[in-house]
Design a protein around this ligand. Structure first.
Ligand code: SF4
Ligand code: SF4
Length: 357
């Protein structure tokens, strides 16, 4: 059923969506013609969920685009950089870049930490430091280095997504894990919605409960906190991140559009591949919604997008576990080759990891 007739054209959904601004001046008109809209419109939706959250009539334009992408995927995806996405996904699920590990046969807790692709590509050292810390505060936790397959799902290639996701399910079964602790917000939402047989906990909630390394940023210049859009409705997670920042004594400012009203960083929905110009505009737009020069987030893609948008994007995990970034409030930016090498190094590190208590 199309809800176009319920839309009052208040344009609330447009205010946080550059994509709608680019393609229409009336959401009602867009809804009326959405089934016949050009493929470029649907593949420019970042799947951020902002439109559904702010709509007074509970209309989710995002859902229409999800359907549209799925219908168009077989014939149109190749026009939107999909070859590169598929190459990325095939490598992401390949043996050299995936692994599972239990560190102790005797006290395995049936919990596993899942760092996710973005963090593994960014810094094997950071992932290693997190694992060391987790072994101290929650001994017996294993590691699951695997992709959640979101790129194929968000672009509407459901048959391929299902094949990829089944590899993640197989690894969870091989590990015998009943709880997965995720560092990435995409992994968190994928597991929470698609694998209800396991308990999914965000690393940030876990660290807030179990403890963080001693640190103080009392004298640092205030930063802005960006909430990633996949977890816009996860209120406890929002609270945990704010609690962590308070424990770190890091003064932070909220974005006007924060928590469940947060806006996309520009990387959602594989926008960087399907419509790079719009992705870049969204990165710049979001990064400049705050006066702060440093923007802290709890998603590596968001942190990177804020740097690409002209500010200094930093991951909260960097501030806890990467001394160089904690001193400079600047992440190193890597090219594609380094990112793939880092993922391989992360896998090797996990395989060779020795627990030091
Ligand atoms: S999900 Fe986000 S990008 Fe897509 S239409 Fe809604 S607000 Fe725009
Ligand atoms: S917020 Fe809802 S009612 Fe308002 S224009 Fe958008 S879809 Fe229509």
């Amino acid at each position: 059923m199309n809800h176009a007739n319920e839309c009052i054209d208040c344009k609330a959904c447009m205010k946080g969506c550059l994509m709608m601004e680019e393609f229409t001046d009336s959401p009602k008109t867009l809804l009326e013609s959405i089934q016949n809209s050009p493929a470029k419109v649907a593949f420019s939706c970042a799947a951020c969920g902002y439109c559904a959250h702010v709509c007074p009539k509970d209309i989710s334009i995002q859902e229409y685009f999800v359907e549209r992408k799925e219908a168009l995927a077989p014939s149109e995806l190749h026009n939107f950089g999909y070859k590169a996405v598929l190459f990325h996904q095939v490598l992401s699920f390949s043996k050299p870049l995936t692994t599972i590990k239990k560190f102790s046969a005797t006290n395995y807790s049936h919990m596993a930490f899942m760092p996710g692709c973005a963090l593994s590509s960014y810094s094997p050292k950071l992932v290693e430091s997190i694992i060391h810390h987790l072994q101290r505060v929650s001994p017996g936790m294993g590691v699951l280095m695997q992709c959640c397959g979101k790129p194929t799902r968000v672009l509407g290639d459901i048959p391929r997504f299902e094949r990829f996701y089944s590899a993640l399910e197989r690894d969870i079964a091989r590990l015998g894990a009943t709880t997965i602790v995720t560092a990435c917000e995409n992994c968190y939402m994928s597991l929470k919605t698609l694998s209800p047989h396991v308990k999914t906990i965000s690393l940030y909630e876990w660290l807030d409960q179990m403890g963080i390394p001693e640190c103080s940023f009392e004298n640092a210049t205030p930063v802005a906190l960006h909430d990633p859009c996949p977890t816009r409705h996860e209120h406890e997670l929002h609270e945990s991140v704010r609690s962590l920042l308070k424990k770190m004594k890091l003064s932070f400012k909220e974005f006007k559009y924060n928590r469940d009203k947060t806006q996309c960083c520009g990387s959602g929905g594989m926008l960087d591949v399907t419509n790079p110009k719009l992705a870049r505009e969204q990165m710049v737009s979001r990064a400049h919604q705050t006066e702060c020069d440093t923007i802290v987030s709890y998603c590596q893609e968001c942190a990177r997008s804020m740097s690409r948008g002209g500010k200094s994007g930093v991951h909260i995990l960097d501030l806890l576990f990467t001394p160089t970034v904690a001193r400079s409030f600047k992440q190193p930016l890597h090219g594609t080759l380094t990112s793939w090498m880092n993922r391989y190094k992360t896998k090797r590190m996990i395989q060779n990891f020795k627990v030091k208590l």
